[in-house]
Design a protein around this ligand. Structure first.
Ligand SMILES: [Zn+2]
Length: 325
């Protein structure tokens, strides 16, 4: 590539962008400031924003979500650009500047680079001709800076950054599609389907086997066990787990739960105005935290309470919705 940037006046956005493109062609990162922005990566972003021709299609950095290496926090920008996998180790192209990069999970990097990762370990290392390596072809570990404004060069990653990366799962979790048997959509009466980690389902099947053969009476009946699991697959379950020992009942949370169960909006509003419904479910929203079974049970109470609004007259749910005053 020619030194195209020489066609532009130094200090202009066009100059900064053209200079960055030239640097890229030489396998170098952008290196010049723009206006008051000294950080070259941010300077380029600013120049592109000013120029209007931003090519930052997928942002790989987000300074509003800095990374604390001591915590298992993962910024929202840290996801596989190919399959969308999150909460997993990612790799990035070696010596390619940020603007042209795609973060990839091990699977996607392996496909892209035609490399075998069948023996990759928990530290993200795999055997190669030159010994164990954390590289997948031209892909190197993607470790964001603590400011989350860039990614560390291969040899410059600080120790705590390495540890942060190593602690992430190496491969995306295998998920299976689970169709509910006990919990049904309160509006349509149909089963729900969820993407559930395969491990969770294996554990559930194992427990179910124990109950069926009478080896684990403390787990209750198969039906009870199944409903506990099924309620734990709803998005609202994660919200319930956040409740500390105080009263965790909020309108937002109950709206989410009802919506999760398929309750339609007009009926959600009716329920919110119904003092009996509120007083029936409210006590179940206290001190749920870290207790998955309790959270499941709270969802079950809401579910059963809403259902009781349908059943007394034996009317079908659909009829009830359409006839609700
Ligand atoms: Zn992927």
């Amino acid at each position: 590539m020619k030194k195209h940037f020489r066609n532009f006046l130094p200090g202009t956005a066009a100059y900064v962008i053209a200079h960055a493109e030239y640097s890229l062609s030489r396998r170098r990162n952008p290196s010049i400031p723009f206006r008051t922005e000294k950080n070259p990566i941010k300077a380029l972003a600013l120049a592109q924003a000013v120029f209007g021709g931003s090519s930052w299609k997928v942002s790989l950095v987000d300074t509003s979500h800095p990374v604390d290496y001591s915590k298992a926090e993962i910024p929202p920008t840290y996801k596989c650009g190919q399959c969308g996998a999150k909460r997993v180790k990612l790799w990035r192209e070696y010596q390619t500047f940020l603007n042209h990069q795609t973060l990839r999970c091990a699977h996607c990097a392996a496909i892209n680079q035609k490399k075998d990762i069948s023996k990759i370990d928990a530290n993200g290392m795999r055997p190669s001709r030159g010994g164990k390596t954390d590289q997948i072809g031209w892909y190197i570990p993607a470790v964001p800076t603590e400011e989350n404004d860039s990614y560390w060069g291969y040899t410059s990653v600080p120790q705590n950054g390495c540890e942060w990366w190593r602690k992430l799962p190496t491969l995306p979790e295998r998920v299976v599609i689970y169709t509910t048997q006990c919990v049904k959509n309160l509006h349509t009466g149909k089963s729900f389907t969820f993407e559930v980690p395969q491990q969770t389902i294996e554990y559930f099947e194992m427990q179910k086997g124990l109950v069926e053969t009478g080896q684990a009476p403390m787990l209750g009946s198969v039906e009870k066990l199944t409903t506990i699991y099924e309620f734990s697959f709803f998005p609202a379950y994660k919200e319930l787990l956040k409740i500390w020992t105080s009263n965790g009942f909020t309108t937002e949370l109950i709206v989410q739960i009802l919506a999760d169960f398929g309750v339609t909006q007009p009926f959600i509003y009716k329920l919110l105005e119904d003092d009996k419904f509120i007083s029936d479910v409210q006590p179940w929203f206290e001190g749920i935290t870290c207790d998955g079974e309790r959270a499941s049970r709270t969802l079950k109470v809401v579910y059963d309470t809403v259902k009781s609004y349908f059943s007394p007259t034996g009317k079908s749910e659909w009829e009830f919705f359409t006839n609700f005053p």
